[in-house]
Design a protein around this ligand. Structure first.
Ligand SMILES: *[C@@H]1O[C@H](CO)[C@@H](O)[C@H](O)[C@H]1NC(C)=O
Ligand SMILES: *[C@@H]1O[C@H](CO)[C@@H](O)[C@H](O)[C@H]1NC(C)=O
Ligand SMILES: *[C@@H]1O[C@H](CO)[C@@H](O)[C@H](O)[C@H]1NC(C)=O
Ligand SMILES: *[C@@H]1O[C@H](CO)[C@@H](O)[C@H](O)[C@H]1NC(C)=O
Ligand SMILES: *[C@@H]1O[C@H](CO)[C@@H](O)[C@H](O)[C@H]1NC(C)=O
Ligand SMILES: *[C@@H]1O[C@H](CO)[C@@H](O)[C@H](O)[C@H]1NC(C)=O
Ligand SMILES: *[C@@H]1O[C@H](CO)[C@@H](O)[C@H](O)[C@H]1NC(C)=O
Length: 817
């Protein structure tokens, strides 16, 4: 039925067994290897590279002419058989010869036939079993058969068979075509030789495939009302669509019109009427009703519209068989009357292996069988008429359909279960002993839903065992579904009112599928010790039931162990069964009541922020309150030197409270009670200078001074005191007090000055003393002068006395005074 396009490819490769002595190096063949199509003739040259005593060809074990003189022989080989061998031999001396065999590959290009083996329509899609038969190809091990869907490579088949002679191979393909999809399928067979490359492919005819479905009408198209004027002409439309394209049947008032397209022309309408269109293909049918209303006046409804003459009542044989079609259950009684209105009837009768009659008198003979069990029963009613031209015989037959419901209808799996999600699974429905197979319709159900149907083209009338396969592409939802198949005999309007139906026992699908996550939060918060990972509201599906493993920080954890405050973080679940795994992550937050991890004593520097280093821990972060001596205090922004003391800290969050007692020691730099000052003293007075400072910790205080004999530093309590005993003017100056602790150093100065009046007595004493010395010196000089005048000598004072003996300013001052 399919137009064929053929090409041929073939190949045979001979691997020659080495003769006693093979000597490839002494002989060279041109061409060295043959790859040629079966039936061609090839020419080969053999050249010897050494001296010889004769050389010759052996083809198909037959030796040819021995060449003695030349180093070159040529030979033709006809590739007319698949085992052909050819070798070139050389005689080296009387006792030794060696040979080289010609490598030959003989091929034959195939014919390619592409066929549809089976069609399985379901409401959504149609599965086609296709087959690409590659016929008469050699060598099949070098053949590649490729399937193309819409010019895209879909499948490639290779063949292991080492046969050198032509064989037939088949490359099946299962393809699913969805509703609305159009696919073009073709297959290509191609020989491929390593050294000679690809041969031209042999390409099959292209098939256009689309999903098959029963005729359909839009719901609003199922009835139509048309208003016309009397005597109008009109064309009725039946827009049903189906694949294969439906056959249309038009009826009016129980009569069938001759029209079989989707339009019906009605002329000269004279009465309202209803026309029915039935569109059918092998998958089912649909019906449209068209009501024609004639407007204005009313027409006599008596006459029919121009119904095309109903099936021209056959020839002229004046016989009527009633009923003209019978449908009988195997073993039931059957009867058909045959009557005539012919007046010239001589006799009539039924011819049939069962229930036949003799030649009887007109006008009625009855064919009657009490138990119709003959599958081939085809009764025929004949009549003999007396005509002017002599006796004439004619006959008529009723259509007899004998049916039998199946003995058993059963579903079984073609392969061993369970089903695996996404992997096709074949179920088979065996229907035994049913007739007629052509009227059988097998429907497949998954639970209560029809999933596919199949009809049979077999025209055998006798009971047959048939089967229908259903291919399931399992989905996880199918797990636990029940598959049933139902065998229905659609026997037409003359069949029983209730369509004979047998349904199988259910086949329960077990579908294995990879784990998937049904629900799992992306984050979750729980209280310490009250959650383990196996309590998390996560659920996963999978068959076989998957195992769940939780990982935290890359490590497998015990999922039944309660989580503690340290376990906050990201957790990953690995959910696995034999078919695969999925994973999901959850951010877990573990909350807990506050607690303190603090020391009892803290030193804080004054004015350095309020943080204490004693922050309570807790989740959610606790609020903290401070109490000092039992009184609520605001945690100050800056600590001051008065804030040292015992505190009680209270931390609280929704999970509880915690308390902690702490002593805060606020450190601060020394502070003097007094500022810089100036103090007067009198000569010879005892003077004390005091210095004291506060600070935390208690500062170290000292006076910065150069040592002097009359200075003494003492400590009285927190004070440093300098005592100057009998002050002299050398004690005047600036005295600096230094106070230091770990927080800082401060200084303060006291300037000590001698009182002005108190300087006089000293100056007077010195003045008098110097005046006395001067006076004594003057008297001594006068006396010496008087003595020296006699000698003519005169001197007043030695030049250097003044400098060496007057170290102090007070002395010179005293001198002037
Ligand atoms: C013949 O030739 C073969 C191979 O070259 C050599 O081994 C053999 O000895 C020769 N025999 C004689 C009789 O020369
Ligand atoms: C044919 O196919 C076989 C197996 O793939 C390969 O070893 C061989 O070389 C092929 N023949 C040629 C002539 O390419
Ligand atoms: C109905 O139409 C047919 C066909 O044209 C015609 O023969 C017949 O007389 C009409 N009948 C009436 C009642 O008009
Ligand atoms: C055949 O004819 C007989 C007698 O006229 C009648 O009783 C019987 O019902 C008819 N049978 C059928 C099948 O029409
Ligand atoms: C602080 O508390 C401790 C222990 O209760 C106590 O010994 C100490 O005297 C307290 N200090 C102050 C300044 O109240
Ligand atoms: C000064 O101190 C010294 C030694 O302590 C003492 O002898 C002297 O009397 C004191 N002078 C005065 C005026 O107090
Ligand atoms: C204390 O005296 C020494 C030497 O006299 C001097 O170097 C130092 O700077 C003084 N210190 C202060 C704080 O005045």
């Amino acid at each position: 039925m399919l137009p064929l396009r053929m090409l041929g490819i073939g190949l045979l490769m001979l691997s020659l067994c080495d003769a006693d002595t093979a000597c490839p190096e002494k002989l060279s063949l041109d061409p060295p290897e043959i790859i040629e199509e079966y039936g061609t003739e090839v020419f080969v040259n053999c050249t010897s590279t050494v001296e010889h005593d004769g050389m010759y060809w052996i083809v198909r074990n037959k030796s040819f002419h021995i060449e003695l003189e030349e180093n070159f022989i040529s030979q033709s080989v006809l590739l007319s058989d698949w085992d052909v061998t050819a070798e070139c031999k050389i005689m080296l001396n009387e006792s030794h010869e060696c040979s080289k065999e010609l490598e030959m590959t003989i091929y034959k290009n195939p014919e390619v036939i592409h066929s549809i083996k089976r069609v399985r329509p379901t409401p959504k899609e149609t599965q086609y079993d296709l087959d690409c038969d590659t016929i008469n190809v050699a060598p099949v091990q070098n053949l590649t058969v490729k399937w193309y869907k819409n010019d895209e490579l879909l499948d490639t088949n290779f063949f292991k068979d080492k046969t050198k002679t032509p064989v037939n191979v088949s490359s099946p393909l299962l393809i699913t075509v969805n509703r609305g999809e159009e696919v073009q399928m073709r297959c290509e067979a191609q020989l491929n030789f390593v050294t000679h490359g690809l041969q031209l492919p042999v390409i099959s005819q292209t098939f256009n495939l689309s999903a098959q479905y029963p005729p359909e009408l839009n719901p609003e198209e199922e009835t139509e009302s048309i208003f016309v004027l009397q005597d109008d002409d009109i064309t009725l439309n039946c827009p049903a669509e189906g694949n294969p394209p439906p056959v249309f049947r038009w009826t009016y008032d129980g009569m069938t019109m001759a029209e079989s397209s989707n339009t019906l022309k009605v002329t000269h309408i004279n009465a309202s009427a209803t026309y029915t269109c039935t569109a059918s293909n092998y998958l089912g049918n649909t019906t449209k009703q068209i009501h024609i209303h004639v407007k204005q006046g009313e027409a006599a409804p008596a006459t029919l519209p121009p119904a095309e003459p109903a099936t021209p009542e056959a020839e002229d044989c004046p016989l009527m068989v009633t009923p003209s079609e019978i449908v009988v259950r195997f073993g039931d009684p059957a009867s058909v009357n045959c009557s005539t209105s012919a007046t010239n009837a001589v006799g009539m009768g039924w011819e049939s292996p069962v229930g036949g009659t003799g030649f009887e008198h007109p006008p009625v003979v009855t064919w009657m069988v009490e138990k119709l069990e003959d599958w081939t029963a085809a009764p025929l009613c004949y009549i003999t008429l007396d005509t002017t031209t002599g006796a004439e015989q004619c006959d008529k037959s009723p259509t007899v359909t004998l049916y039998k419901t199946p003995d058993t209808v059963s579903v079984s799996a073609v392969q061993s279960g369970p089903m695996v999600e996404g992997t096709n699974f074949h179920l088979k429905c065996d229907i035994s002993n049913v007739a007629p197979v052509q009227k059988l319709k097998v429907k497949w159900y998954r639970d209560n839903e029809t999933v596919s149907g199949e009809m049979f083209l077999d025209t055998n009338k006798t009971p047959q065992n048939v089967f229908s396969t259903h291919i399931i592409t399992p989905e996880r939802d199918y797990d636990g579904s029940q598959y049933r198949c139902e065998a229905e005999l659609h026997l037409g309007p003359n069949g029983p009112d209730v369509i004979p139906t047998e349904i199988s026992e259910p086949y329960t699908a077990i579908v294995h599928y990879k784990p998937f996550i049904k629900a799992c939060p992306s984050s979750y918060t729980a209280v310490e010790d009250q959650l383990s990972m196996d309590m998390l509201p996560c659920s996963a599906g999978g068959n076989p039931p998957p195992t769940v493993q939780w990982y935290h920080q890359g490590k497998l954890i015990n999922s039944s162990e309660p989580l503690t405050r340290f376990d906050t973080g990201k957790y990953t679940a690995e959910i696995r069964n034999i078919l695969g795994s999925v994973s999901t992550s959850v951010e877990i937050t573990i909350e807990y009541k506050p607690f303190f991890e603090c020391m009892d004593h803290y030193k804080i520097e004054m004015n350095v922020g309020s943080q204490t280093k004693c922050e309570p821990k807790g989740n959610p972060a606790p609020t903290i309150t401070w109490f000092k001596d039992g009184k609520l205090v605001n945690s100050p922004l800056r600590w001051t030197n008065h804030d040292s003391g015992n505190y009680s800290l209270k931390a609280a969050n929704k999970h509880g409270t915690a308390e902690h007692a702490v002593y805060l020691d606020v450190l601060y730099a020394p502070q003097f009670k007094e500022g810089n000052s100036t103090k007067e003293m009198s000569l010879g007075e005892n003077v004390t200078l005091e210095c004291s400072a506060e600070g935390n910790p208690a500062p170290f205080i000292h006076w910065n001074l150069s040592s002097a004999a009359n200075l003494k530093e003492t400590t009285v309590g927190r004070q440093k005191i300098i005592t100057i005993t009998r002050a002299t003017s050398t004690n005047a100056g600036v005295y600096i007090c230094v106070a230091t602790n770990e927080v800082g150093t401060v200084t303060r100065s006291v300037t000590l000055v001698m009182k002005g009046s108190n300087a006089a007595p000293m100056a007077v004493i010195w003045g008098l003393l110097i005046a006395g010395i001067i006076l004594f010196t003057l008297i001594a000089m006068v006396l010496l002068h008087n003595h020296q005048k006699k000698h003519g000598e005169y001197s007043f004072l030695p030049a250097n006395t003044k400098d060496s003996n007057v170290p102090m300013t007070t002395l010179s001052e005293g001198g002037k005074a």
